[in-house]
Design a protein around this ligand. Structure first.
Ligand SMILES: [Zn+2]
Length: 270
């Protein structure tokens, strides 16, 4: 009895240190702390290196962990791709086992198990050993869409967006433009708003999920603007800078701070 009481006390003491109320903790053993670009997770699930209709792209070790909601999203996305007759897909980087910053990579986010890179290509085109991105994966070259922006790739992007849990998907501005050309006048095209034009992202899309409801310490970001985002905002990416425009006041960069809980979580070994 004493031992059990002690265990209960030790457990609640740890939770108190982590800043987790008993009510929140009882909701899920998988908790996210912080934001997409500065945070961590306690508890994660690893996506197996390969499975029915997909392979993972192995850039480095230990990058295939995520919140279980992301793993569920991926399995459903892979199934939609299979149902749509697409070849086996490729899944890129997720997060490290406890999230947090990647050493030796240029990922600014991928820290809380809710981000995934999905290459614009299929398993059969992956090189066997070399860690390179095949030329067939590039949908944009020299600022223009390439012939690789074909029906299969369009389907792949469309299918990735068809899930309520998707918060946004980063793609090259030219890819967004291409998708707007195809779906801009279609009914029910609000999902186009989730496609966010961003630098790079010519050979892969970056899918980000919303904070799960049972992760109260997951910091969400400002919502994407209403509508499809196919108009002025997209066009602004292609305009040369206005030489008459007053130079923008230097914006104070607020450096995100790692939540205190992550110091404990990321400090664990094993
Ligand atoms: Zn990414």
């Amino acid at each position: 009895m004493f031992c059990r009481l002690k265990a209960v006390f030790a457990g609640s003491a740890l939770l108190a240190v982590l800043g987790v109320s008993a009510a929140a903790a009882s909701q899920s053993e998988y908790q996210i702390y912080g934001s997409y670009n500065m945070g961590c997770m306690s508890g994660s699930v690893q996506l197996p290196a390969k499975g029915a209709h997909y392979v993972t792209q192995q850039w480095g070790q230990g990058r295939s962990f995520a919140h279980p909601m992301m793993i569920d999203y991926l399995h459903k996305f892979i199934q939609r791709a299979a149902d749509a007759g697409l070849p086996a897909v490729v899944i890129g980087d997720l997060s490290q086992r406890r999230g947090g910053p990647y050493a030796g990579s240029n990922h600014a986010s991928h820290m809380i198990g809710l981000d995934v890179d999905i290459p614009f290509g299929f398993a059969a085109d992956l090189p066997q050993k070399k860690r390179t991105t095949p030329a067939q994966f590039y949908l944009v070259k020299n600022g223009r869409l390439t012939a690789n922006f074909d029906e299969q790739r369009v389907k792949l992007i469309y299918l990735a967006a068809q899930d309520e849990r998707v918060e946004r998907i980063f793609v090259s501005p030219r890819i967004k433009e291409g998708m707007c050309r195809i779906f801009g006048n279609a009914p029910d095209n609000d999902w186009l708003g989730k496609l966010r034009p961003w630098f790079g992202h010519r050979a892969h899309m970056h899918v980000r999920l919303r904070c799960p409801a049972d992760s109260p310490y997951c910091k969400t970001q400002a919502a994407v603007p209403e509508g499809t985002g196919c108009g002025e905002e997209l066009q602004s990416w292609f305009l040369p800078p206005d030489p008459k425009a007053a130079p923008a006041a230097p914006r104070k960069k607020v450096k995100p701070v790692m939540p205190e809980q992550c110091r404990l979580i990321l400090g664990q070994t094993g």
